[in-house]
Design a protein around this ligand. Structure first.
Ligand SMILES: *Cc1c(COP(=O)(O)O)cnc(C)c1O
Length: 354
């Protein structure tokens, strides 16, 4: 793919890299390309800025939008990414579900690499910081008829992000959500699309008002089986065995989830991907068999759960501290991602910058 590069005439002043937070600052450039007449055209890197959009554009009315979330980590002679081709594959699975066009995997990764190369000076260096990469695509037909789109835009933006755990890995409180559901089987749960997030906001807001970080989603049919925690996958250590909800179609197939399963199996753990009911989970908590619980996702990597609340009853996990295995898994995965631990599984893509 040939990418035209138009550099910004004036570069932005960089923010204080010790106070980045998440997704608040954006680099000097962005990648864009348009799909029309049945093919991708006009791949370009341009100064970061507003994107004009037709008021009847499909995305504004019918939510034709998908995205990805990944990170680049600074190395001595460039940067490295964690399993970017997995994101490229998942992006196309999401596109297929929403009837958006496919992006060749090589082009997806090339767009990201060329953009980062232009904005290389924006990769933060402090421990725990990284450059968050947000590829996204939206349907862009300029008409109100409802059908699969013929026009779309693929974009990549970059945001330097701080250490998610600036004050250390800390356990969070989770409410089991018995009213709203995030996704249903046969729906778009396995696709990384904006619509799933729109459906999840109300429960998240209600939880936040009660001082609770996230909700634990149950399946949309029986409200019985555990699916995900907030926008992360979830894992439990029950009586020594690792249990994680299986990918039924309404659960997002997380790359962190998949990587954790591989690492845990390599460590000799029995990992079960299966249906796990709330009843089973809470009775294991009551019988002292729920050793640890954690969420997995690109932003937080591994996030310990210290408390589950359901129908007015609280269940404390690991004495509301970070479980031993949770901490070990966090150290291993972040170690591989930042290059402190050798990459024995060929998960890392290194890019040299001159
Ligand atoms: C992105 C996402 C995840 C985590 O996926 P990773 O590939 O591990 O970042 C989990 N659940 C939802 C709903 C997501 O959108």
């Amino acid at each position: 793919m040939e990418i035209k590069i138009e550099k910004a005439k004036v570069l932005k002043e960089k923010p204080d890299f010790s106070k980045l937070g998440f997704g608040k600052y954006f680099t000097d450039h962005m990648f864009l390309m348009d799909y029309y007449d049945g093919k991708w055209q006009n791949a370009r890197i341009v100064p970061f800025g507003y994107i004009p959009i037709h008021p009847a554009s499909t995305v504004l009315h019918y939510g034709a939008e998908i995205f990805e979330g990944m990170k680049a980590y600074k190395t001595e002679d460039g940067y490295q990414m964690f399993r970017p081709y997995e994101n490229a594959k998942r992006f196309n699975d999401s596109a297929e579900r929403l009837c958006l066009p496919q992006v060749p995997e090589e082009d997806f990764v090339q767009a990201i690499i060329e953009l980062i190369n232009v904005d290389y000076s924006w990769i933060p260096t402090a421990s725990g910081t990284s450059l968050y990469i947000r590829p996204f695509m939206y349907g862009n037909d300029e008409a109100l008829g409802v059908h699969a789109v013929h026009n779309a835009t693929f974009a990549v933006i970059l945001s330097p992000v701080g250490n998610y755990y600036s004050s250390g890995l800390a356990p969070v409180k989770i409410a089991i959500e018995s009213e709203d559901v995030r996704a249903v089987r046969g729906g778009t749960g396995y696709a990384k699309c904006g619509g799933n997030y729109a459906a999840s906001l109300r429960a998240g807001k209600r939880a936040e008002e009660k001082g609770i970080s996230q909700v634990l989603w149950l399946d949309g049919v029986e409200r019985k089986y555990i699916e995900e925690v907030g926008a992360m996958n979830v894992m439990f250590k029950i009586d020594g065995t690792i249990v994680t909800p299986k990918l039924t179609g309404s659960v997002l197939p997380g790359i962190t989830r998949k990587s954790c399963i591989d690492i845990l199996r390599d460590w000799g753990y029995n990992v079960e991907e299966r249906l796990l009911s709330v009843d089973e989970l809470l009775s294991s908590a009551e019988n002292g068999k729920l050793d640890e619980a954690w969420g997995t996702g690109t932003a937080a990597v591994v996030s310990p759960i210290g408390l589950l609340t359901y129908k007015g009853k609280d269940h404390i996990i690991s004495n509301n501290t970070i479980g031993e295995l949770t901490q070990k898994l966090y150290n291993e995965l972040t170690g591989i991602q930042w290059g402190r631990i050798p990459d024995t599984r060929n998960w890392i893509l290194k890019v040299k910058v001159k």
